[in-house]
Structure formats: structure tokens, C-alpha cells
Design a protein around this ligand. Structure first.
Ligand code: C2E
Ligand code: MG
Ligand code: MG
Length: 776
């Protein structure tokens, strides 16, 4: 039922190709048409001869003419068939239709004349049997267009039936009835035949469409595909496969075997003979599997991925993918992941893996290996002053020098930044490692020519020797510790790792933990040390100095705390606490006394240093004029413009800046000139051996110059009256600080001192700058 509707629908919207096929079926068999027409003409001839009826001769003539015309028409169709367009098939259908109907009408006429025009039973038998035979045969020919056949039957058999009925014999009438039944039977058969034919056409069309889609999919897929039947012969091969393997199409057409195909692939150089054997074995093997082959031609360097999939009824599908690009990309990624892009040296990951591997392989018991951690000195300055491109070139030059210094079995990696690591294998003694370290320090310190700049840097090396059971990580950690020591020893040198270093590091780790806790638990305290104005003899400023009262360590010096806090990144939080606390404390002092707060370089260069300072002033209510920020020269070293801006803005809001510890670092007088500083604190080291003439000359020179530049001058570390007298002599020093006046004291004590200083009548309250006693 469903099929019938399907066919009907299909017939309604019958595709042109099906319509054309149906019409084509009408013209299929000119031979049988010819035979039929010949038989009918002979039969009519015999009836005319037998009866002598002149009208029958006319029928003979008509049958011959129409029959011949139809046969000729059919032959013409056959001839033109290949050129007939689907649109023209309708015309051909019409031609067939006209011929068939006219011919049927002539047959009908012949029957009517033969039966009604004579009483010759032979003639009757001939025309009846030939007409019925003609249609029995015609049903098989005209199934493509059954309605034409039905019209023919109506015309010919209809006329025959009517003639039989009119003849007036009951037998003839019986025959007429049988004719009607015969008509319906033939009608049914021809309709069924058309059903079957249309169904077959539809199936063929669907199949063709499917095959077309399959073909498109096959030939447009990125993979090469081959399908082998159970007998090992090729069933399908797509263009991509031919293209990838450079095979000719003949191979596909010729029903080649799997072995032929594989051999052809080997022959074109797409796979090696060995790979070919593996592929053949995989095709025969009935398990899904995959392999990767490489082109025998290294230059082409193609990687092919082959997948074999057995089919349920035997045979196999082979899929080939060109994975060269993917593999190259993977190789590139893995290279990037394991090598330093700039220098081409292995990176930390690959170096670590390599050492781990080497440490596990058995080695000569009399030999050791050494890991040398190399750090460049002053590299940062080169980067900052000459720019990163020069810095990069310098790193490449360093990498080249390191490579050149090593034996083939040693290797070097870049760990990032200016850190390099060398692994020296199988050396006789530590002396060999020391010799290499010396060479590294010397060679790397030789001048470099980078973009017309002559660059000099240094190198420090930390060495760790391998011991039994040592891991790569421990070795690296030990060498790093040794490097730390080498740098602490003044750089440009090397240092071997010793166990005590590990203890130092452990101690430092505990210190870090304690420091974190201390900040949370507020274990810190601020002490204050006065700065005394030499003219008035009064305390003008008190410097806040950090103290850490640790239950076990006792009072820890800021000299120990600050660098660790800087390394840990804790200095910003700690500094914030110090600044706010100092400002709040200052609010408790007489109005003309300011507070000085030390800022470490890292703290000074934090992004929102200005906001931090403004906020501290705001929450404490301290006027900006009563705050002094003490920075050291190292704070002025980097980001010069930015530093300059921050200092200018601080000056604009009224905060004073003093340059602390002047004389310990670069002592660059240009800083005094270039930056908006209000005060210089000359370090107490200037007072060492002050009796000798030269240092005093230096101190006085710096003091005078600073005073000339409009700055206040403080001398730190005054411990004796003699020192005080000497520095006060020429009047350029404005303030003095030191144990002579007071040691740093807790906040309660400084308040007492200040009250004592300012609470009494001015004359008495003045601090006696006159030698003899300290105020603390
Ligand atoms: P500084 O800023 O130069 O502070 C002066 C240091 O010299 C203080 O040491 C002080 O006790 C010491 N001193 C003062 N007068 C004399 C003297 O007559 N003789 C001798 N021998 N020493 C004297 P302290 O408190 O140990 O501080 C050391 C350094 O730690 C400071 O040097 C400063 O650079 C740093 N520091 C202290 N507190 C802080 C802080 O709150 N933040 C930061 N960033 N650094 C701080
Ligand atoms: Mg200071
Ligand atoms: Mg100082």
C-alpha cells in the first residue's frame, strides 16, 4: 500500500529520468514490433485472399503502411536516442502514441470487416486469434505507458468484441464476453508490469544518487581510502589515495589485489618495502589497528598514518592520513617546550629530565659529575641601558661562549633570565669543576661587542658535585645555594656547595615563616632616634627604626629583617604598617618635630606609593610637612623618569625626601643635583678614622656641596663630642644623629624626651649640643 502510494507520488512528480526511461521502454524492441506488424499484415492478406473482400485489401495496405511507419519511427528513435533530450521525450511519446492508436484502429477495422463482411470461419479465426495474440504480446511491450495500451485494446479488441456480438451467433457472443475478460486481465497485467518497472527505475535512481553521494564523499575526504573484498581484491579506492600514493587509475580499474596496490605504493616511493610488508600483513589480519609510516625519501619527509579496519563479511578498509604537518607542529611545540627560543639551548625542563636520566645511569665509580649554576652579573644594567634587543644578543653570545667551552659530553641549558646551568660529566675531581668554573667566569667576563657597543658583564658560579642517590632537583638546589654564596662573596667568582649552606637556607626559611607570623601578630615595634638641629640644639626630626621582638631570637635588627622581607615581597605590607604607625606616633609629638621613615627600594617603587603616603597622612591626620621619607641611592637607580615624577609629586604635597646613607653606595653627586631631594644624610662610615685628615675633607666637601645645592645636611652616627665638634666646625652640617644624643628608643621614651625638650622653657629645653652627655 505504502509502496503503491510511493510509486504514485513518484509517478506524479516523476523525475525526468524516470519518465525518459518509461518512454524509452516503448521503443525498446523494434524487432518484435516489426514481427508483429508483419504477422498482422500476412494474416490480413490471408483473410482478404480467402474472402475476396475488397475492403480487406485496404486493411492489408493500411496495416503495412502504419506498421512500417511505426517500425521506421522506432528505428529512428534508436538512432537518435543518445541525442534525445529529456524535454524531447514527450514528443517521442506522442509519436508512439499516435502510431499505436492508429495501428490499433486499423486492426479493429480489419476485425470488424473480416467478421461482419463475410461468413468465412477461417477468416474469423485468423483475425480474432492474430488480434488477441498481437495484444497479448503488446502488453509486454507497452508496459511503460499502460494507458496507451489500454486505448489500443479498446480500439482493436473493442471493435473485435462489438463485431463478434453483432455477428449474431451465441458462440460469437460468448467469444465477445471472453474478449472482455481477456481485456481486463491484460489491463491488469500491463498495470502491474508498469508498477514493477517504475519500482525498479526508482530503486536504480536512488542507488545512483546514493552512489553519487558516496563517490563525492569518498573523493572529497582528506583521507586516502581503499576497500578490499574478502578475496583480497580492490573494491573501492578514492582519488585521494591515488594522489597520495601517486598511483595510476588503471590499477583501480583492473581489479588489483592488495598486494598489487602495496607494491605499486612501494614502487612510487611512497612507502618503504618494509612498511609495505607490514601494511599487507595488517590488511590480512582481521583486527583493527593503526601504524605510521615515513617516506623512504627523507627529503619529502612525509608521515602517513594508516588505519586498518576489518569488515564484517571479510575484507578490510584502509584509511591513510597525511599527518606530516601535525607531526611537524607537534615536534615544534615539543621543541618550544624543551628548548629556549632565544639561545636554542635546552630549557629547565629538558635539562632537568636529562640530568635525572644521567644520574640514574651507572657511571664510573672513580668519577664524579658537577652541576654549575651560572648567573650573569650586571646583565640587568645592560638590559636597562641598552635595551632588550641588545640584552638578547648578549645572552646569545654568552650561550655561544658557554657551548664553546664544553666537552662534547657536557651540556648547558638556559634556565631563564640570565641564569645558565652546565652539567659536567665524569670528571676526575672537584678541581676539574673548579677549573671550568674559573674558565666560565673569565670567558664570560671578556668584552662583548653588541651593536657597536662594547659591553662588559661578569659571572658568578655555584657548583654542586654529584653524590650517591642525589636527585636532579637536589643537585640544582645545592648549586643554586652555592651560587647565592658566590654572589654574596662579591660576585665574579665561584663557590662549591657545602652542607652548612643548606642549614643557612633552612634557617632563612624558618626566618621567613616567623616573619609572616610576626606581621600578622604585630610583633614589630618602632623605635625612634632623634636628629638634632645643630644651630638650635633642638630635636627637629625623629627617625623611625624597625624592631622585632622575637620570643626566641630576641630583638632582631632591621638589617636582617628588611632584605628578607624584600625577597619575600612582604616589605610592602610591612612598610605600610611602619609608615602608618610612624605618622600616628608623630601626631603625639610637639608640632615642630617631624618623623623620618625609611623606605626600601622595592617599597618606594611599588605602583601606588603616592597613595600609600597620602593615605597614611590622611588616617593619622599628620600634615605632610612633618613627614620625611628616607630613601637610599639604590632607589634612584631604576626607572629614572618615574622616580623623578614620584619625588616631584611628594615634594608638591609637602613631604620631604632625604637621601640616606650617602657615601656607602655609588655616592653619585649627580643624584643630589638631578633629583628633588631636600636632605642628605651622610653615612656614619664617613666618620670612621675621622682624626685622619682625608675623610674629614671628604665629608666636609660633600656637606658643603649639598648645602650649596640648597639641601639640609645630616651626619649620622655621631658618638663622641670630638666628632660633633669636627662636623659642626664649618656650619654646612645642619643636623646630627647618633648615640651621642640618643640611641633609638621606644615610642614612650621618645615622647618623654620630646616633652622634656619642648615642655620646658626654651632655654632649658634645648638639647645640649655642647659635648659631654647624651640625652638618652
Ligand atoms: P639607617 O636608616 O641609616 O638608620 C640608622 C642606623 O644607624 C640605625 O640602625 C641606628 O641604630 C644606627 N645608628 C644611629 N646612630 C648610631 C651611632 O652613633 N653609632 C652606630 N654604630 N649606629 C648608629 P638600625 O636601627 O639597626 O637600622 C639599620 C638600617 O635598617 C637603617 O639604617 C635602615 O636602612 C634600615 N631600617 C631600619 N628601620 C627601617 C624601616 O622601618 N624600614 C626600612 N625600609 N628600613 C629600615
Ligand atoms: Mg635612615
Ligand atoms: Mg643611614
Amino acid at each position: 500500500m505504502q509502496l503503491a502510494t510511493e510509486i504514485k507520488e513518484a509517478d506524479q512528480q516523476m523525475s525526468r529520468s524516470i519518465h525518459a526511461a518509461l518512454i524509452d521502454s516503448l521503443f525498446q524492441d523494434p524487432g518484435s514490433l516489426f514481427a508483429g506488424a508483419l504477422c498482422a499484415a500476412i494474416a490480413a492478406f490471408m483473410t482478404a485472399l480467402k474472402t475476396g473482400n475488397a475492403w480487406l485489401w485496404l486493411c492489408v495496405a493500411l496495416l503495412i503502411v502504419v506498421g512500417a511507419a511505426r517500425v521506421l519511427d522506432m528505428r529512428q528513435y534508436k538512432r537518435l536516442k543518445s541525442t534525445i533530450t529529456p524535454a524531447e521525450t514527450a514528443r517521442w511519446e506522442m509519436r508512439y502514441q499516435v502510431g499505436a492508436i492508429v495501428y490499433a484502429a486499423v486492426l479493429g477495422l480489419w476485425c470488424a470487416i473480416a467478421i461482419l463482411g463475410s461468413h468465412d470461419a477461417v477468416a474469423h479465426m485468423i483475425c480474432t486469434s492474430v488480434t488477441l495474440c498481437y495484444f497479448a504480446a503488446g502488453g509486454g511491450r507497452t508496459y511503460g505507458r499502460p494507458w496507451i495500451f489500454h486505448v489500443q485494446m479498446l480500439l482493436a479488441c473493442g471493435a473485435l468484441t462489438v463485431a463478434l456480438l453483432l455477428y449474431g451467433s451465441p458462440y460469437y457472443a460468448g467469444m465477445a464476453v471472453l474478449n472482455v475478460l481477456f481485456f481486463f486481465a491484460l489491463k491488469h497485467i500491463s498495470t502491474r508490469l508498469q508498477d514493477i518497472f517504475v519500482r525498479a527505475l526508482l530503486a536504480r535512481e536512488r542507488e545512483a544518487a546514493l552512489a553519487g553521494q558516496f563517490d563525492t564523499a569518498l573523493n572529497n575526504m582528506p583521507h586516502g581510502l581503499c576497500m578490499f573484498r574478502a578475496d583480497g581484491r580492490l573494491a573501492v579506492m578514492n582519488h585521494r589515495f591515488c594522489e597520495m600514493m601517486q598511483l595510476s587509475d588503471d590499477l583501480v580499474r583492473g581489479g588489483a589485489t592488495a598486494s598489487d596496490i602495496v607494491q605499486a605504493c612501494v614502487h612510487t616511493g611512497s612507502i618503504s618495502a618494509a612498511s609495505g610488508n607490514v601494511i599487507l600483513a595488517e590488511i590480512e589480519n582481521s583486527q583493527a589497528h593503526g601504524i605510521i609510516t615515513a617516506d623512504p625519501d627523507i627529503l619529502r619527509g612525509r608521515s602517513l598514518s594508516w588505519a586498518f579496519q576489518p569488515m564484517s563479511g571479510g575484507g578490510a578498509v584502509v584509511l591513510v592520513e597525511d599527518i606530516t604537518e601535525r607531526r611537524n607542529a607537534e615536534a615544534r611545540i615539543s621543541h618550544l617546550a624543551r628548548y629556549d627560543e632565544l639561545t636554542g639551548l635546552p630549557n629547565r625542563v629538558s635539562f632537568r629530565d636529562e640530568i635525572e636520566r644521567l644520574l640514574k645511569t651507572p657511571h664510573d665509580p672513580g668519577k664524579v659529575s658537577a652541576l654549575l649554576f651560572v648567573d650573569l652579573d650586571q646583565f640587568k644594567q645592560v638590559n636597562d641601558t641598552l635595551g632588550h634587543p641588545c640584552g638578547d644578543q648578549l645572552l646569545c653570545a654568552v650561550a655561544d661562549r658557554l657551548r664553546a667551552m664544553l666537552r662534547p659530553e657536557d651540556f648547558v641549558a638556559r634556565f631563564g633570565g640570565d641564569e645558565f646551568v652546565v652539567f659536567q660529566q665524569n670528571i676526575a675531581s672537584a678541581e676539574d669543576a673548579a677549573a671550568l668554573a674559573r674558565r666560565i667566569v673569565d670567558h664570560l667576563s671578556e668584552r662583548y661587542k653588541i651593536d657597536n657597543h662594547l659591553v662588559e658583564i661578569g659571572a658568578s658560579v655555584g657548583i654542586a658535585l654529584t653524590a650517591a642517590e642525589v636527585s636532579a632537583d637536589t643537585l640544582l638546589k645545592n648549586a643554586d645555594m652555592a651560587l647565592y654564596r658566590a654572589k654574596a662573596d662579591g660576585r665574579g667568582t665561584y663557590c662549591f656547595f657545602h652542607d652548612e649552606m643548606a642549614q643557612t637556607v633552612e634557617a632563612r626559611r624558618i626566618l621567613e615563616l616567623d616573619l609572616r607570623k610576626a606581621l600578622v601578630n604585630e610583633e614589630f615595634e618602632l623605635f625612634f632616634q632623634p636628629l638634632v638641629n645643630l644651630k638650635s640644639g633642638k630635636i627637629t626630626v625623629c627617625e623611625a627604626l624597625l624592631r622585632w621582638n622575637h620570643p626566641v631570637r630576641g630583638t632582631v635588627s632591621p638589617v636582617d629583617i628588611v632584605p628578607v622581607a624584600e625577597d619575600m615581597g612582604l616589605i610592602v605590607d610591612l612598610g605600610r604598617w611602619i609608615l602608618r604607625k610612624a605618622c600616628m606616633e608623630c601626631m603625639k609629638w610637639p608640632e615642630n618635630v617631624s618623623v623620618a621613615v625609611n623606605f626600601s627600594p622595592q617599597q618606594f617603587h611599588q605602583r601606588d606609593v603616592l597613595n600609600e603616603i597620602r593615605y597614611a597622612l590622611e588616617v593619622s591626620g599628620l600634615p605632610a610637612e612633618r613627614l620625611e621619607i628616607e630613601i637610599t641611592e639604590s632607589s634612584l637607580l631604576r626607572n629614572t623618569q618615574l622616580t623623578h615624577d614620584v619625588l616631584s609629586q611628594l615634594r608638591n604635597i609637602g613631604v620631604r625626601i632625604s637621601l640616606d646613607d650617602f657615601g656607602t653606595g655609588y655616592s653619585s653627586l649627580s643624584y643630589l643635583h638631578n633629583f628633588p631631594l631636600q636632605k642628605v644624610k651622610i653615612d656614619r662610615s664617613f666618620l670612621e678614622g675621622i682624626d685622619a685628615d682625608r675623610p674629614l675633607t671628604l665629608l666636609r666637601g660633600v656637606a658643603r656641596l649639598s648645602a650649596d645645592l640648597g639641601m639640609q645636611v645630616v651626619v649620622e652616627g655621631i658618638e663622641t663630642n670630638e666628632q660633633l665638634e669636627l662636623i659642626s666646625a664649618d656650619g654646612s652640617v645642619t643636623e646630627a644623629q647618633g648615640y651621642l644624643f640618643s640611641r633609638p628608643v621606644p615610642s614612650v621614651r621618645i615622647r618623654q624626651l620630646l616633652n622634656a625638650s619642648y615642655g620646658r622653657p626654651a632655654a632649658e629645653a634645648e638639647l645640649h649640643v655642647v659635648p659631654s652627655r647624651s640625652i638618652a
